[in-house]
Design a protein around this ligand. Sequence first.
Ligand code: HEC
Length: 173
Amino acid sequence: MRATEHRLKTAHPGVRCAVVSWLLLAAPLSAWAASGCDDLGGQPIHPNVDWEMDVKPILNNMLGGRCSGCHNGAIPPDMTDNGVDAIFKLVNFYVTPGRPQESQLFIKVNCDVPDSGGRMPLAGANLSTLQQELLYDWIAQGARGESPPGAISRDFIFRDGGESLRESPAESD
Ligand code: HEC
């Protein structure tokens, strides 16, 4: 079972919340290009969203997903996993770790009118709210996933509690 913590509970408390609201209201509305986006606010947050277990099955048709039937090489992004990691074709191009609202992978499945092109899956039923939540939370949590041998782990970006695992340089003594 997934946790029942709510997104709204994670909002900044009190004063900071008021300041953030004021800043959002003051921002020009034209800055938001996408429209007709599903509101996921108040839905449960899913901790530790897993690339293999949660995300890939949404994207990869071989796993029951609804994207790689079209996104199989000819139309970017390639969401098949042909021995090369699909995740590396998404992250930094269509996914900005930590920023779902700025990630095309999320915007394209969340909004009727994305920044460009049509809502995904193209000409198909929208992804369920749960599937959209999982993509959002996966990106928000740092878009972690499998790593090919030799890759620098992105695991350090976000830990469960948000704490840093940065290590101090080795000290010679
Ligand atoms: C029926 C075929 C089809 C399906 C299924 C499909 N797509 Fe697409 N997708 C396209 C086409 C064609 C484009 C380019 C035109 C556009 O952006 O609307 C595209 C564009 C995109 C882009 C932007 C690519 C770019 O370079 O700007 C993303 C991100 C994307 N799709 C994600 C998805 C996701 C996630 C799914 C599954 C939930 C999905 N698509 C399912 C056909 C499809």
